[in-house]
Write a protein that binds this ligand. Structure first.
Ligand code: ADP
Ligand code: MG
Length: 699
């Protein structure tokens, strides 16, 4: 960046020390360059307005132009608000302010015309816009291109004149000065291929666009730049970790794998399973330590992939382990694997918290001697006393239940760290995966085994309770089993517990012993009791399982065909999807019933509708991303690392992919930035890497 752009912000004309300090504190604007990078979040198009008379037919935000009338304070009890009407000649609409009336009111008196931007909401017969954004027209505006930038501001900024207008004003001071001061960062090759606007022009057009089209192009250019450098950074970090970490070289695909594949495979692998096994095989043979995330929706057949990958390790003279978050799951893996390998000379063992001490001793010995080839278990596998002769690969199922620290303990289990494959059933939208796991390799199973009947999902209100009970009874008569799940929200645990117990009571009354049996599982039960109740259901002894989300992860009861989710509006989308994944595992048609109260917020409605519309985990993840934003999904700790100014991972998926491709292409072409046209990129990257803390990898 040129010296001009490094100039402290208080030196900009009309800013000064006091106003400069508020810009620093409230907007993070320290220099001229920072101001240039303080982007507007939308534009007011001064040439186009909606009519108030059309509002009933419009959706979302509207922009209106008219006169303010009927300004008045309203008090309801101790609550005060300011109300006004906007009249545009075609009709009137109510405006309301619940806060800040004191300083808004004087500004609204005796005005010519105003522009209002906001989201109309219907309250009974009245349509109201609360806290509209507003611009007062003086009639003296210069005729501009029609588009005006709108900037984020806040009370403290506004108090010193930095309303959106005020910010626009100082940006206007700055723009003429930066002529020929902005260095182009991208090589002309990329600019040409993607028809990108030059950087300096993009800054001008994003702040003071001459047309919608140019504003869009400017945004695209600057978003691309932001995401391109992020992807470069992630790819570089990945290269660095890979270079440092030599891995076991597992090149052989030998007798055991082939024997299993040719003689013992119970069904044809799906195309997606074949694809990911191939990806993993390539990793294992490369001599570089594998750190791979395997994503696949519930029921997509990850276990079989895990087993086949473990067989490769065994063919190469190593051992393998697979770790699950709960005892039930670990036991299920153990049973599945034993069944699949039953006629093969591969020793499989199970180690969990409840493995007896005497048995444990023997296990430890057999592991050390190399007799045991595959060890299934819970985090008991991570204990220090568990030593392997030669662990080649560790597979971790349901990644989100294990912490980073736990996982890193695996690394000490061999002189060269064992390869690590993390499996998750929580689909992550591609943009997020590319960014948050940008330094991991990712494989996706995006195809279900054939012959699955998609789960039928419906939404029912409390008034349909009796019908739902009848439906349950019919399914049980057909020999099926049923889950009924209650939400558990930490803050109101006692209330949730009460709901669960009330529900349990109602169900046991409707489905009485001895004809029916009902299990109950929740967090307040002792682990042994929980385990017992689960097993009763797994074995088919109980018909109905009433539970909190304890059952969320992984249990496989193919005979369970109905999932009833109580207060479904309280669950997040990914949780609903995970829960639904508990059914539809057998050959029968399965059902998911979402019970809700009558009052549903907009987001809750969208969640329920999405669940009823699709079974596709990735589609659901995309909606989830739109509703919650990346920070919520990935945890603030990780989203904080991104600090994206302009791009939005939920909307700019295409630009993320494009940036990823171009970054990879560049690194293939010029891995150490030696070409002349890449010097500016190298410079920019250095700056970025210096400014960021060295964040750790997830595995
Ligand atoms: P998840 O990915 O949720 O762990 P599982 O590995 O438990 O899924 O597999 C779900 C079910 O699908 C199991 O009953 C398994 O036997 C079956 N399955 C896996 N792969 C295939 C396949 N290629 N064809 C048919 N069924 C399969
Ligand atoms: Mg599984």
């Amino acid at each position: 960046m040129s010296d001009l752009l490094n100039t402290p912000i208080e030196y900009l004309k009309s800013v000064g020390p006091q106003r400069g300090s508020i810009l620093r504190k409230e907007a993070g604007i320290f220099t001229f360059g920072d101001l240039l990078n303080y982007f507007p979040f939308r534009y007011v198009d001064k040439t186009s307005f909606q009519k108030i008379s059309d509002i009933p037919h419009l959706e979302g935000f509207v922009q209106l132009k008219g006169r303010i009338t009927g300004l008045r304070d309203v008090a309801v009890g101790r609550l005060k608000r300011l109300e006004a009407k906007l009249d545009d000649g075609t009709g009137t609409i109510d405006l309301v302010w619940f806060k800040g009336a004191k300083w808004i009111k004087p500004k609204l008196q005796n005005l010519p015309e105003v522009i209002i931007y906001g989201k109309p909401k219907q309250f009974g017969a009245k349509v109201t816009i609360a806290h509209p954004e507003m611009e007062i027209l003086t009639g003296l505006e210069a005729p501009s291109g029609g588009l005006q930038a709108v900037y984020h501001s806040g009370e403290k900024l506004q108090a010193l004149g930095f309303t959106t207008k005020g910010i626009e004003h100082i940006v206007a001071q700055l723009l003429p000065q930066v002529k020929n001061q902005v260095e182009e960062t991208l090589p002309s090759r990329i600019l040409g291929e993607l028809s990108l606007m030059g950087k300096e022009k993009a800054y001008h057009e994003i702040h003071a666009p001459q047309s919608h089209d140019l504003a869009k192009k400017a945004q695209f250019r600057l978003k691309f730049e932001e995401l391109f450098f992020l992807q470069l950074e992630l790819l570089l970090r990945k290269q660095i970790t890979q270079k440092k970490l030599k891995g076991l070289k597992l090149t052989k695909v030998g007798a055991i794998f082939n024997d299993f594949y040719n003689k013992h495979l119970p069904y044809e692998l799906t195309g997606a399973q074949k694809k990911v096994i191939k990806e993993i095989r390539t990793d294992l043979a490369s001599g570089v330590h594998m750190n791979r995330l395997l994503q696949g929706d519930v029921g997509s057949g990850k276990t079989l992939v895990a087993l086949m990958v473990m067989l490769i390790a065994i063919d190469n003279g190593h051992q393998a382990c697979i770790m699950a978050p709960t005892e039930i799951l670990a036991t299920q893996h153990y049973n599945t694997i034993c069944e699949l390998l039953k006629d093969m000379p591969v020793e499989v063992a199970l180690l969990t918290g409840s493995t007896k001490q005497s048995k444990r001793k023997i296990l430890h010995e057999q592991l050390k001697s190399g007799e045991i080839k595959i060890l299934c278990g819970t985090h008991a596998l991570l204990e220090k006393v568990v030593e392997y002769k030669d662990l080649g690969i560790a597979i971790i199922d349901e990644q989100h239940r294990f912490g980073v620290a736990q996982r890193s303990r695996l690394w000490t289990k061999n002189t060269l760290p064992p390869h690590v494959l993390v499996m998750t059933a929580t689909p992550i939208p591609r943009t997020l995966a590319l960014t948050f796991y940008g330094d991991l390799d990712i494989s996706v199973i995006d195809e279900m085994p054939p012959g699955r009947k998609p789960v039928q999902t419906s939404h029912r209100f409390e008034s349909a309770r009796l019908k739902v009970f009848q439906f349950m009874q019919d399914e049980i008569a057909k020999g099926r089993q049923i889950y009924v799940v209650y939400p558990l929200i930490q803050e109101s645990e006692t209330m949730d517990y009460q709901n669960l117990m009330d529900g349990y009571e109602a169900i046991t009354r409707r489905f009485p012993i001895p004809k029916y049996r009902v299990s109950i599982v929740h967090g307040q039960l002792k682990p042994e009791v929980k385990e017992y109740e689960m097993q009763q259901f797994v074995k088919g002894i109980t018909h109905i399982m009433v539970a909190t989300t304890v059952i969320e992860v992984g249990v496989n009861v193919p005979n369970a065909s109905v999932m009833i989710i109580e207060s479904a509006e309280k669950f997040g989308l990914s949780q609903l999807h995970q829960l639904r994944g508990r059914v539809g595992r057998g050959a029968d048609q399965s059902y998911c019933i979402l019970m809700t109260g009558y009052k549903l917020g907009q987001d809750a409605k969208t969640r329920i509708e999405t669940m009823c519309e699709t079974n596709d985990g990735f589609k659901i993840a995309e909606v989830d991303l739109r509703l919650r934003g990346p920070g919520d999904i990935m945890g603030t700790q990780q989203s904080g690392l991104l600090n994206l100014k302009l791009s939005d991972l939920s909307r700019d998926a295409q630009i993320v992919s494009l940036a990823r491709d171009k970054a990879r292409e560049l690194l293939d072409m010029d891995p150490s930035f030696e070409m002349k046209e890449h010097q500016n990129i190298a410079k920019e990257l250095k700056k970025i890497l210096k400014a960021k803390p060295n964040w750790s990898r997830i595995s």
